[in-house]
Design a protein around this ligand. Structure first.
Ligand code: PMP
Length: 412
């Protein structure tokens, strides 16, 4: 096992699911970019919460409700520290990264954009950071512009000067591509955008699980992430927004909790962050997200990144030896995350994925919610292997061996 940087053998004992067999073979889970597995610590936090602390948050005058509220708010504090935010007022709980981007599109977008304005994204965006902007453009008359990619799957910034102008009101970029694995150096692009008065949003859904996140260093006004990709439960996402911007934005969903005074004629709204948190949240999920952040902090994000860099370098080298395999995205593991997309000559990605499943290897195949990127790559689908703290070079070897077996099976 690759144990030089992280004690992977020990880590794996925290994830009982990794001990399962699939189709008679040991499970090799290579799909963490879609959703990571959860350590016992996170599962126990959910159970412990329901067994000992559950009550609705923010409303009760009794001790149990205060306990639940404290646990819930502790996560907010932990997240603020994890991403370098100034205040817990800047941390909004949503259901996922997608909802967080929609919140910005519906509130900031619809209030601030008009015909003639431009939004700048990139060709490699996940639909979550693309479809909300297409919709807001349809509604406001603003125009969507895209930064292209080069042949290595990195942002091609050669035309940035013409793409980024005084008309640009928002620049929304992913820090790491879920398909190509490319890590985008968004900070200088955002710095240039801010000079022109644009607002900046970083989609950190793929990067936050793998690399240290600092909203100040990233130069962003908004940042979104999903707990389920970083060892946490499903059903919890984060929107970070600079306080000044969040204060100026209208609410998103309306109902209980987000209000101050209500009459039939007029409603005034709660303070941040509650103004954007209507209704009962996923309390257990938020509470358990804290255990996921603790887990990552205990490993150290630098160690997490170094482990993944090692395994990704190994995968790129080993997969690169297979002449009938096309790898998409940077071939150099520098500034590259742990998602590797590829196609196998003569075999559809869905068949590749099914065959790998029969060998106990879980990978994803399809357009990966990035249809415009697929078009730019000249394909309609890829197979993607993605790695996390619990994966090993041995699993990469199994992947390569199964791909060779696949070619024989198809008599290619
Ligand atoms: N952005 C990127 C880059 C992603 O990879 C994903 C998830 N695949 C999302 C956004 C959306 O995350 P969620 O489905 O948790 O909202």
């Amino acid at each position: 096992m690759t144990t030089e940087i992280l004690d992977v053998a020990k880590i794996r004992t925290d994830f009982p699911i990794l001990g399962r067999s699939m189709n008679g073979k040991p499970l090799a889970f290579l799909d963490s970019a879609a959703s990571s597995q959860k350590p016992n610590q996170v599962v126990s936090a959910i159970t412990n919460y329901y067994q000992n602390h559950h009550a609705n948050v923010h409303r009760g005058m009794y001790t149990l409700a205060a306990e639940a509220t404290e646990l819930f708010e502790n996560t907010r504090t932990k997240i603020a520290q994890f991403i370098g935010a100034d205040s817990t007022k800047e941390i909004i709980f949503t259901r996922n990264a997608t909802e967080a981007i929609n919140l910005v599109a519906y509130t900031w977008g619809e209030t601030n954009l008009k015909a003639g304005d431009e939004i700048l994204i990139s060709v490699m965006e996940h639909h979550a950071n693309l479809v909300p902007w297409v919709r807001v453009c349809e509604k406001t008359g603003a125009t969507l512009k895209t930064i292209p990619i080069d042949s290595d799957g990195r942002l091609d910034l050669s035309s940035l000067d013409t793409l980024l102008t005084a008309k640009t009101k928002l620049v929304a970029l992913s820090r790491m591509s879920n398909v190509l694995g490319t890590i985008n150096d968004v900070a200088p692009i955002f710095a240039a955008a801010k000079k022109l008065g644009a607002v900046t949003l970083v989609d950190a859904a793929q990067s936050a699980p793998h690399i240290a996140t600092d909203v100040k260093k990233l130069n962003c006004d908004f940042l979104v992430l999903s707990a389920h990709k970083m060892l946490g439960p499903t059903g919890v996402g984060i929107l970070y927004g600079r306080e000044e911007l969040l204060n100026a934005m209208p609410p998103f969903l309306a109902g209980g909790e987000m209000i101050d005074q209500v009459t039939f004629e007029k409603v005034t709204y709660n303070e941040l962050p509650h103004k954007f948190e209507a209704g009962t949240p996923d309390i257990a999920g938020v509470v358990a997200f804290s255990a996921a952040i603790d887990y990552l902090n205990n490993l150290g994000m630098d160690a997490v990144q170094r482990h993944e860099h090692e395994i990704t370098s190994y995968a790129l080298a080993k997969l690169g030896e297979l002449p009938w395999l096309t790898i998409y995205g940077p071939r150099d593991s520098k500034n590259r995350g742990a998602a590797v997309s590829f196609t196998v000559e003569g075999i559809h990605p869905h068949d590749v994925s099914q065959f790998l499943d029969s060998a106990g290897i879980a990978v994803r195949a399809g357009h990966h919610c990035a249809q415009p990127l697929m078009k730019a790559l000249g394909t309609d689908a890829t197979t993607r292997a993605s790695f996390y703290i619990y994966n090993t070079n041995e699993e990469v070897d199994r992947l390569c061996k199964a791909l060779i077996d696949l070619r024989s099976f198809f008599k290619l």
